[in-house]
Design a protein around this ligand. Structure first.
Ligand code: SAM
Length: 524
């Protein structure tokens, strides 16, 4: 489907005729695809065909050929990588989260940027991944689990409520905002059908509202990254100007990402506004607000924002801006939610875990984990969540506040009791390596039993002693099984099982080697 004609005319107005022609030429080509290596994992290196073409703005990102079947490869199910549109890797690079920080991903589903941020944090600190939409939040929780994230709290709340729970709390916040999606036109017809000037204005207003909530959660010195996958300046540069006009304590800093181009300058916006009444009206209103708040902005400031332009051929359209919160006085952390928040925090962190759960955890942990892995996991406080079956979690939040509602997952599920019987949780398996477990069935890449396991079948493993076994492929975790007389019964979650029509690539020197893999390693 062609992009809207009015959009193409505007594209020419923003970037010139040569750019809009290049845009249309590019538009006829298939959309670019990317793969991001999960650096939280320590399996065998990925095949060379996955790592041949690096993406400039994301050190763990690579362009891939969509025909290469990476989505169906068992390594995908094992969380060895995340498939992500190349441009979408830029915002988390801009946020540059560090181990030990407190980070919020406010519009997080399905989790591309959450899982990238978590990898940057290397399992230290707290990452709150929030998504307002229930269905999308479930997908987020599933990706968090597949990629083996340990210190992540997944919540489903409106941004204003997150701001109430976490006033001035985060070192870094990402607002990857809902937008008109002009950058994704060649991938998503729905974005083309939905496009109108009124819709752009509506998206811009929603973005400002979400950003306002985000600012309230920033610590002094905290960073805020605002990103969209759309092209028009009403949602991008003008939203930044509106935010700055409202919050003089925010400073727009350079999003210095290689391979990106500066955003549109104020001069460019003024020029465009002469021919685009909607932008003209927005800038006029902004002038009044900015005047009233005495916000002064250097004419070059907007060039600190960054764009990835679809006509460049390096990615779909994206916009990224980075702010730092520098309040002149220390902000108050009072919130109307605070009394509830404290009550709940106290309850959640010192939650009484029933003795049967503690005992079950000790037994399971001693049976399957090495002493080192058990100690590592036991460092996190445990809590039991009721509702839809019970789950014992190693919590992510430590002493940090926990919302009273909307928590989907706090840390890693260790044990579950869907009915009468307590069992090891799949999520735990996805955070473990073969060296964390007492008995592992480590299948070499290319072994057809991997596909059988992912489809829910029992698989043969003649040398495996009876008992619970951690199943993995090429060093990447897949889940649990139970070995009985040389057959491993399948404990892969029913909801994840699917028919696999995948054909392992022919073995070449560059594909994952299977010769050095042990079939089963158990320690007594
Ligand atoms: N960051 C995600 C990723 O990398 O996978 C993509 C996020 S997507 C661009 C924007 C998200 O904002 C959507 O998941 C959407 O459900 C959510 N959203 C929609 N309306 C919202 C609102 N009013 N407040 C907060 N989030 C909203």
């Amino acid at each position: 489907m062609n992009p809207p004609e009015a959009f193409v005319r505007l594209y020419e107005l923003y970037f010139g005729q040569t750019a809009s022609q290049a845009y249309l030429t590019n538009y006829a080509e298939p959309a670019l695809r990317g793969l991001r290596v999960n650096t939280l994992r320590s399996g065998q290196p990925l095949p060379a065909r996955a790592l041949a073409r690096p993406i400039l703005w994301a050190k763990e990102g690579y362009y891939i050929d969509p025909q290469d079947g990476f989505g169906k490869d068992p390594l995908h199910a094992a969380g060895a990588y995340y498939l992500q549109e190349p441009s979408a890797m830029a915002p988390a690079s801009a946020l540059a989260a560090k181990p030990g920080e407190q980070i919020l991903d406010l519009c997080a589903a399905p989790g591309g940027k959450t899982t990238q941020i978590a990898a940057h944090m290397q399992g230290e600190g707290l990452l709150v991944a929030n998504e307002i939409d229930r269905e999308r939040c479930l997908a987020l929780a599933q990706n968090v689990e597949r990629m083996g994230l340990f210190t992540t709290l997944v919540t489903q709340l409106p941004p204003s409520e997150i701001a109430e729970v976490y006033p001035h709390f985060f070192d870094g916040v990402l607002v990857d905002a809902p937008c008109s999606g002009e950058g994704l036109f060649r991938r998503e017809e729905a974005a083309i059908l939905q496009w109108s000037e009124a819709y752009l204005a509506q998206c811009a207003d929603l973005q400002l509202e979400i950003l306002r909530a985000a600012v309230r959660t920033l610590k002094p010195g905290g960073r805020l990254v605002y990103s969209t996958c759309t092209i028009n300046p009403l949602e991008n540069e003008v939203t930044c100007l509106r935010l700055l006009a409202n919050y003089p304590d925010l400073e727009l800093i350079d999003t210095a990402l290689p391979g990106t181009t500066p955003g549109l300058s104020i001069e460019a916006l003024t020029r465009i506004a002469r021919q685009w009444p909607l932008l003209h009206a927005a800038l006029t209103t902004l002038d009044m607000v900015a005047g009233a708040k005495k916000q002064e902005l250097a004419p070059t400031a907007l060039s600190r924002t960054r764009r990835i332009l679809p006509h460049s051929g390096t990615g779909e359209g994206h916009f990224i801006a980075t702010f730092v919160y520098r309040p002149s006085a220390l902000p108050t952390t009072k919130s109307s939610y605070q009394r509830d928040r404290q009550t709940h925090t106290r309850k959640d962190n010192r939650m009484h875990v029933p003795p049967d759960w503690e005992q079950a955890w000790r037994q399971h942990a001693q049976a399957v984990l090495t002493a080192t892995a058990e100690q590592r996991i036991n460092r996190a406080p445990r809590s039991v969540r009721e509702g839809g079956g019970q789950v014992l979690f190693a919590t992510a939040t430590g002493q940090a506040p926990v919302p009273v509602r909307g928590v989907l997952r706090n840390g890693v599920a260790l044990l579950t009791r869907p009915h009468q019987h307590i069992a090891l949780a799949h999520a735990l398996a996805m955070t473990l390596t073969t060296s964390d477990v007492r008995c592992s069935l480590s299948l070499p890449y290319g072994d057809e039993r991997i596909l059988g396991y992912l489809q829910g079948e029992s698989i043969t493993a003649p040398d495996t002693p009876d008992g619970i076994v951690h199943v993995s492929v090429a060093g990447y975790p897949l889940g649990w099984g139970k070995a009985v007389k040389g057959v491993v019964k399948n404990h892969y979650p029913k909801g994840l099982r699917r028919r696999y029509t995948f054909a392992f690539p022919e073995r070449t020197p560059s594909t994952l080697s299977n010769s050095s893999q042990k079939l089963c390693a158990c320690i007594g």
